[in-house]
Design a protein around this ligand. Sequence first.
Ligand code: G6P
Length: 355
Amino acid sequence: EETGKSGYDHFMLKEIHEQPRALRQCLRGRVDEMAGTVDIEDLADLSPSGVQFVACGTSYHAALYGAQLFRDAGIPAQAFLASEYATAVPPIGEALVVGVTQSGETADTLSALRAARKRGARTMAVTNVVGSTAARECDHAFYIRAGPEIGVAATKTFSSQLTALNLLALGMTNTQEAREVITALRELPGNVQRILDESNAEEVAETYEHSDAYFFIGRGYQFPVALEGALKMKEITYKHAEGFASGELKHGPLALVTQNTPVFAVVTGDGEQARKTLGNVKEVEARDAPVVAITDGQSEVERYADHVLELPETHPRAAAVLANTHLQLVSYHVASLLGRNIDKPRNLAKSVTVE
Ligand code: G6P
């Protein structure tokens, strides 16, 4: 096992560092930057009238992001927690049902996909494992090509899922922004590498190691990142953490905010969304909560932040992957300072095969 870690203390850290390679593998042969097109072979012909995503855990956060990609391209799309979908299958119509599952073996997700098939839906697995149950049972499979992931907490498979979902959405829809997104995707592995080399996440972790709780906020494509940031923190540090849509903070969670609950705010660009999230950050700062801004510096959020985790200027879809990389490192370092069993957190399993 020790040799498998290639000198890293944990598989999780190794896998965080493998992300540039994993993303290159995911993109390989599938993008033509010159032409501004992607090649997802026969999947491009599916042209569904709607998409329903089903997934659990980290993959559900990728599914939320995926649904937004399709909605942005004008296709009605929703993400469902697989266990809820299987409990009460929503009307499917002509929608394509997509299971996002790293392992391809999660019982809740398989059950949701089976329920959809029973209703006559076409199904697709977005998975890391060739020959997995989801890949075999679905009509179509799209592989994220992240390579094996040993750490229980999903890291490189999440960023590979986001990347793969971008390729799917670009390949299956017509979006005005295609060229811009493709360029951002091509730059993504190098940008992730830069964050791995330069992130001050460890210093942030040292500052907030003993906090009561950790909150994460984001809007649009950064909302699933906030949810994932919190899930990672819970999984490996056993500390209380919650992710919220920025706009929801004032509808309740703000009551939880104190001097001892850092709020991690992902803010990119300088448009309407950034301006609104900035307003939410000011509300937090006014209540004396420490603010950690994950930002490309285009908004004024730095003025209200105690710490900044820097992002390069890029498309918001790519910024989500980059922001997540910083947050993976923060959680990793908090867990490491607390001496947690990072690769095998208590009570959790890599793949859950019961409902
Ligand atoms: C387990 C793992 C999570 C993972 C979830 C879904 O709960 O601990 O890290 O996100 O399963 O796994 P899947 O293989 O379907 O993506």
